[in-house]
Design a protein around this ligand. Structure first.
Ligand SMILES: Cc1cc2nc3c(=O)[nH]c(=O)nc-3n(C[C@H](O)[C@H](O)[C@H](O)COP(=O)(O)OP(=O)(O)OC[C@H]3O[C@@H](n4cnc5c(N)ncnc54)[C@H](O)[C@@H]3O)c2cc1C
Length: 500
């Protein structure tokens, strides 16, 4: 946004004040509203959301087959039982979130069509001033708040990431990114190439295979998948026994988390054994070792990137039926008719879908200042991946890669409410994380160790993210099983929190 844009925009005259301002009405922001309502009653708050509806990821993505890749017993909130199949469609997730909103009348706190553009902290007033552009009128709405709760997610919602390949301009067909799926896209009987190997590509290919002439999944390198039935035997049994849904939710959640913990630890301790098990799972659908070796045997060890669950092996069923195929190769360039590969082979396509990922968006494209100085988050050190040194009264929700995002959104919800209540008791207006004397010589590194987890969007955007230290307080451990005990036990009077 330019200065002229700012000046020419009409400004709503009234500045509204709230104790807490939540950015975004995705699963984290709606969860935040629930936690404030239940754990810090009497706190005034508003949720500002740029889109015209709640749901975030689940409203933005409308490509055929869009569904979760983790189970909803853990992706669902801990406080609202999930009663459907473990893997859910976006529509089912939106219905669930809609019920959470309705149950507590949270809608009255949410303002849709508000794109936040700036957030300025004043130490003199101990306040954030937040400006948002209202959709439709272009009017600037102004808010002040004591505390900012950032639930903006991790990628830019308006547009996905598409690499620049030579010859893209020569291609005569249509290029589509799944994040901005055109609702009028007619793929009936057409030949489609889907570029990508992640969960999106794996979901999209079987969903359109039945209608397309043929669909080819073009991947540069293979990914791990876990095929399995979209059901949870324990949940089904407990339901048969007429156990209360609240209990089922808690029991199944614990069982899923127990199994995931085991799987994660085994992936680290015995990666070769886990790798063979995963490959056997794929082979059970594809039949031959050759097919698995060629297109489904990754070179990295399990869990360095998210592993997608493939319900009922639908991706592999598409392949064995002949409606879909997989090509592992690199793109030389686009041609008029399709894609020329490095191997010399050409893939003809009427439509090319670039399921090539996201554009990392660290803080919702909001211009932050602290006492009029622009804030660069890369200059800060993170406090447990949720606060930043030198940044007062701000919490940031960044979930887990290897476990459901919402598990952390809930843990952070508990932490924020505890912190807000503590500040009230202490009569503090401001809390700012700061390195303690014993942390001053700590070695600082990137937000995430690439040896540990290295998806493309994170590698492309690492320079934008805060730094991490080598002590548990100063890094995002990505370990739910540690954090579920550590976060509730944080001593709020630790010198890492400076109150004023
Ligand atoms: C297709 C897909 C499938 C996924 N499946 C899973 C899964 O199965 N399990 C899992 O754990 N994770 C999954 N993820 C990751 C997923 O994004 C998170 O789990 C979760 O939905 C993030 O929720 P959130 O509320 O934090 O952020 P988001 O869903 O990204 O929502 C953020 C909201 O903030 C709003 N916003 C951002 N900036 C501004 C601004 N400046 N002003 C106003 N509003 C703003 C956005 O419009 C959006 O509505 C998936 C991601 C994708 C893309």
């Amino acid at each position: 946004m330019t200065m002229t844009d700012t000046l020419s925009r009409p400004t709503a005259s009234k500045t509204e004040h709230f104790d807490v301002l939540i950015v975004g009405a995705g699963i984290s922001g709606v969860g935040g509203a629930w936690h404030l309502t239940h754990q810090s009653p009497g706190t005034s708050f508003v949720v500002l959301e740029s889109q015209e509806t709640f749901g975030g990821t689940w409203a933005t993505h409308t490509y055929p087959g869009i569904r979760s890749d983790s189970d909803l017993y853990t992706f669902g909130y801990r406080f609202k039982p999930w009663i459907g199949t473990p893997i859910a469609t976006a529509e089912e997730i939106l219905t669930y979130m809609g019920e959470v909103i309705a149950d507590d009348d949270l809608d009255r706190h949410i303002r849709y069509g508000h794109q936040i553009t700036s957030a300025s902290w004043s130490s003199q007033d101990n306040l954030w001033t937040v400006e948002a552009t209202r959709a439709g009128t272009g009017e600037t709405a102004r808010f002040t708040t004591n505390f900012l709760w950032m639930c903006q997610g991790y990628y830019r919602h308006s547009k996905g990431y598409t690499p620049e390949w030579p010859g893209m301009g020569d291609y005569k067909g249509r290029i589509v990114h799944p994040q901005t799926w055109p609702q009028d896209l007619d793929y009936k009987g057409k030949s489609v190439v889907v570029i990508g190997s992640g969960a999106t590509a794996a979901t999209l290919v079987p969903a359109i295979a039945g209608d397309c002439g043929h669909v080819t999944l073009l991947q540069r390198s293979p990914t791990y998948f876990i095929p399995g039935r979209n059901e949870n035997e324990l949940a089904d049994m407990l339901r048969e026994l007429k156990i209360d849904e609240t209990w089922i939710h808690e029991i199944v959640r614990r069982k899923v988390l127990h199994d995931q913990d085991l799987f994660t630890r085994r992936s680290i301790e015995e990666p070769e054994v886990v790798k063979q098990e995963l490959l056997e799972g794929v082979k059970a659908f594809l039949g031959s070792d050759e097919a698995v070796a060629k297109d489904f045997t990754p070179s990295y060890r399990p869990w360095r990137q998210r592993i997608a669950f493939v319900p009922d092996g639908d991706l592999f069923q598409g392949i064995t039926s002949g409606k879909a195929s997989v090509v592992t190769d690199e793109i030389e360039r686009f041609t008029e008719k399709g894609i020329l590969l490095k191997s010399g082979k050409e893939l003809a396509a009427d439509i090319i879908v670039t399921a090539t990922g996201f554009d990392l968006n660290v803080l919702g494209d909001i211009a932050f200042t602290i006492d009029s100085k622009p804030l660069n988050f890369a200059d800060t050190v993170t406090y447990r991946g949720m606060m930043f040194t030198g940044v007062p009264n701000l919490i940031w929700v960044f979930g887990y890669f290897r476990a459901s995002w919402t598990l952390r959104a809930d843990l952070i919800g508990d932490f924020v409410c505890r912190l807000l209540n503590h500040m009230k008791t202490r009569g503090a207006k401001r809390v700012t994380p700061a390195l303690r004397p014993q942390d001053r010589d700590m070695s600082l590194g990137p937000w995430m160790d690439p040896e540990n987890f290295n998806p493309g969007y994170l590698m492309r955007g690492m320079h934008l993210l805060p730094k991490a230290g080598d002590k548990p307080e100063w890094r995002h451990s990505q370990d739910y099983w540690l954090e579920k005990d550590e976060l509730p036990a944080i001593d709020l009077d630790d010198p890492a929190f400076v109150y004023e």
